[in-house]
Structures are given as C-alpha cells and as structure tokens.
Design a protein around this ligand. Structure first.
Ligand code: 2HA
Ligand code: ZN
Length: 273
C-alpha cells in the first residue's frame, strides 16, 4: 500500500521527527507502555491530492467544538500504541486525520485506521487556541517525565510559579530555554474535556504545563521544540531531586543571578524570578 508520505519529503520529515522524539521519550523512561501522546498540525503540507483522499474511518466526534481547526489535518499518535513502536513505524502507530467542517468531528484519511490518542480533546483544544492566536506553533506533546511528576506530588510545588522559580534556579539554561516556566493544571481524569479545558487556560501563558500527578503537556514550533522544553525542565527537576537525595536542600541561583540571565539573553519577563 502506498503511504501518504511517499513523494512528500516535507511531510515525511515532519513525521520522522515525531518518530525520533518518540524514541527519546521511550529511552528516557517517560513513555511506559502506551504512555504519552503527540499531535502535529500538518495542514501546511497538504496538497490537492491529500484534500481529495477519501475517509478510511467513520466520522468520529471530538467531544467539543473547535472553530479554528476547521479543515485542518493532524498527525496523531494512535491510542493504545507504544512510543517505542512509533519510533520505528510511525504510520502504523499513528494516523493522519482531517477535521470536518462542523469543527466537532473528524475522519482518518491515512495510512491505516489507527484511532487517535485518548488525549485528543486536550491536543486539539490547544491547536485550536494556537491557530486562533496566530501562533507559529505546530506541535503538541504529552508525556510522563519522572522527576517532574514526582515533584507534583508535593502540594507546596503546585502553587502558581513556585516550581517555575525553583526549576529556573537549578541551572541557568532552564531559564534560557524554558523562559515561560511551567504552568500547573490540578488533577483531572486523563482524556477528559475538563482536563482539556484546564490545560487550555494554562497554555495561554505557558509553553509547558504540569498535569498534577500525571505528566506534562508541551507545545512548540515542532515536536523537537516541544520536547526540548520539557527536557530542560525535567533536567532541572532531576538536579533538584539529586541534591535532595544527597541530604541537603539545594540553594538555587540567587534572584540577581537569574535576573542577569534574563537580561543578557533578552528573555521574556512574564514571571518573577
Ligand atoms: O496516551 O498518557 O494520558 C496515554 C496517556 C494518557
Ligand atoms: Zn498520560
């Protein structure tokens, strides 16, 4: 069977980047079993031939109405699929969907009938917001980074920007490469519209948000960018936990040192440090 990726190098490169990131997630231990999900808005790569491709699934409801994603196309990891399998076979462990004109339902168009991720409401809500706000971001990632999830079990860490400031203070690069910090979404049922709505509120202010006791959701220009932001934040969390496990509370960079990084690197100053 001919793949939709054939003779479409830009689309193929986008999907292969998803496969590369899926491999990293597995190697990092952030993607046990079918854990985590990825969606990428691939509408920019859609030609007339793709637009004419018939549906290979029934019409499936999203569960919410999202006007800005009308007629858009997304690559979505499949529900129940493993990141470690997606790393090798992205089109057998994910599929391409077309959002229908009612903005509330979709069909699968390629390559196989792989049902999209259980977190589709959250992912599509974020894409809807990103398109609506004129953002260039195309990718959305949900994963289970061990150290960040561990920190979210401490209620003190869940107060607004407490974790952001602590993580920024662990190593200067965190501030430089995750300059918007980490938003917090209080615990909600995985896959629920409530989780999607709460995520949406936070993603307006942060590129990466913590789903309490579950994982993170990150958005970025492409999937590597979203992954990188999650990775730098989790690196800072790991440093914090290693220091704690050596028996001391890490001092963290001073406020002055952090402000200097913000100034020298011309970083956005949306949050106090
Ligand atoms: O896709 O991680 O939150 C599996 C999950 C759901
Ligand atoms: Zn999850």
């Amino acid at each position: 069977m001919k793949s939709i990726l054939e003779n479409r190098p830009a689309l193929e490169a986008t999907v292969m980047q998803v496969a590369e990131v899926a491999g990293y997630l597995w190697e990092k231990g952030w993607a046990e079993r079918n854990g985590g999900n990825i969606t990428v808005n691939i509408s920019e790569h859609v030609d007339d031939e793709i637009k004419a491709m018939p549906a290979i699934s029934d019409v499936i409801q999203i569960g919410t109405t999202l006007p800005n994603i009308k007629d858009c196309y997304f690559y979505c990891k499949g529900t129940g699929k493993r990141m470690r399998d997606l790393a090798r076979w992205p089109m057998q462990n994910g599929s391409i969907i077309r959002i229908l004109p009612d903005c509330a339902s979709y069909v699968i168009i390629a390559d196989e009938v792989v049902m999209p991720t259980s977190e589709l409401p959250s992912h599509l809500s974020m894409h809807d917001y990103l398109i609506g706000s004129g953002s260039k971001y195309k990718a959305s990632l949900h994963t289970h980074p061990i150290e960040l999830v561990a920190m979210s079990h401490n209620p003190a860490m869940l107060k607004k920007d407490v974790m952001t400031k602590l993580l920024w203070s662990m190593i200067p690069e965190t501030l430089a490469f995750a300059p918007l910090g980490l938003g917090i979404v209080p615990y909600e049922l995985p896959g629920s519209v409530k989780l999607a709505d709460a995520t949406l509120e936070q993603i307006k202010d942060y590129d990466v948000v913590m789903w309490e006791k579950h994982g993170i959701c990150a958005v970025g220009l492409d999937i590597m960018d979203a992954f990188d932001q999650a990775d730098v934040l989790n690196k800072a969390a790991t440093i914090y936990l290693r220091a704690k496990s050596m028996g001391f509370e890490p001092t963290g960079m001073t406020d002055e040192a952090m402000k200097e990084v913000q100034d020298v690197f011309h970083l956005p100053k949306k949050r106090p440090c």
